[in-house]
Design a protein around this ligand. Structure first.
Ligand code: NAD
Length: 296
């Protein structure tokens, strides 16, 4: 059992906090939003009114924050984790941030005498609540070994992706693939329908043929074939367009830095930018089906 300082109790962090408590850890929880702290208290966390109070003397810090700027501030700001956590505490950032920021954070942590891992997640709010997230972990072997039992309390799998920042690299490459495959799946359903196939028939064929992919079989963007898909619930998220856009922007920036060819990634980013500008930022990212079919 560890004493964990958990910062960021939003859509994802709330469920993750509850699962750390279920696994028997002591959790000191802080979020800028007092309602999120009250909710964590209901799960059994010790809610605090400042980040400093949540971080003082803890064995482990877990963060689930919106951006890299928030992460750097919470760990390395004037009253950041490196000034307050116990000596040799393990620092685990689960937010999605840039590879560059994750590497910078790891290097700052090391200079301050701490081990830090980047451990972004695959899986959305439901997976966070049910403890079935997948963690992609960047950091040294020791950091991964120490982080694994904490991560396994919040997820089903933790995979070591290599050195610091590699967790974020895996995350943005994976989500770029997801963004592209979702759009491709929507185009295929639309074309098949225009050629006279209904969604169910095309699904039965393509999900058993070489076009099969996760966006089709687990998250079908055409209403009907997969009952749990957001397409059967007015495209309520799920995984919002703006979240996908955030990840595609991180991928585009990383591609520019590394001179990687990501032409389809750029097209996917433009597609989600258009949807966001048109007011669909809070709809599920599979709403691209409606954009293609109905030109919303
Ligand atoms: P969210 O906006 O619901 O939660 C973030 C929380 O952080 C908010 O409650 C906010 O008040 C809090 N916060 C911000 N700055 C803070 C600070 N300085 N101190 C304390 N609290 C602070 O976001 P989310 O959906 O929970 O996502 C969190 C991270 O997880 C993001 O990096 C996101 O990209 C990533 N992610 C989200 C999903 C998803 O489906 N929502 C899936 C995978 C990864």
């Amino acid at each position: 059992m560890k004493t964990i300082g958990m910062i960021g109790l939003g859509n994802m962090g709330s469920g993750m906090c509850a699962n750390l408590l279920k696994a028997g850890h002591n959790v000191r929880a802080f979020d800028l939003n007092p309602d999120a702290v009250t909710k964590a208290e209901k799960f059994g966390a010790l809610g605090t009114s400042s980040a400093s109070a949540a971080l003082a003397g803890v064995d482990v810090v877990v963060t689930m924050l919106p951006t890299g700027q928030h992460v750097l501030e919470v760990y390395f700001g004037d009253s950041g984790a490196v000034h307050l956590a116990a000596k040799n505490a393990l620092l685990i950032d689960c937010s999605t941030i840039s590879v560059e920021e994750a590497r910078q954070a790891s290097s700052f942590a090391e200079s301050a005498g701490f081990t830090m891992v980047d451990a972004p997640v695959s899986g959305g709010v439901e997976a966070a609540a049910s403890g079935t997230l997948t963690f992609m972990v960047g950091g040294n072997e020791d950091g991964f070994d120490r982080a694994r039992p904490i991560l396994e309390a919040m997820g089903k799998t933790a995979i070591h992706a290599g050195a610091a920042g590699n967790g974020q690299a895996a995350k943005i490459a994976n989500n770029m693939l997801l963004g592209i495959s979702m759009i491709a799946t929507c185009e295929a359903f639309n074309l098949a329908e225009k050629l006279g196939l209904d969604a169910q028939t095309f699904f039965e064929i393509s999900s058993n043929a070489s076009g099969q992919n996760w966006s089709m079989t687990s998250y079908c963007p055409a209403p009907g074939p997969v009952s749990t898909s957001p397409s059967n619930n007015e495209y309520e998220p799920g995984f919002a367009v703006d979240m996908m856009l955030k990840d595609l922007k991180l991928a585009a920036d990383a591609a520019e830095t590394t001179d990687a060819h990501t032409a389809f990634g750029a097209l996917a980013k433009a597609t989600y930018e258009e949807l966001s500008k048109a007011g669909y930022g809070q709809k599920d990212f599979s709403v691209v089906m409606r954009q293609i079919k109905e030109n919303i």
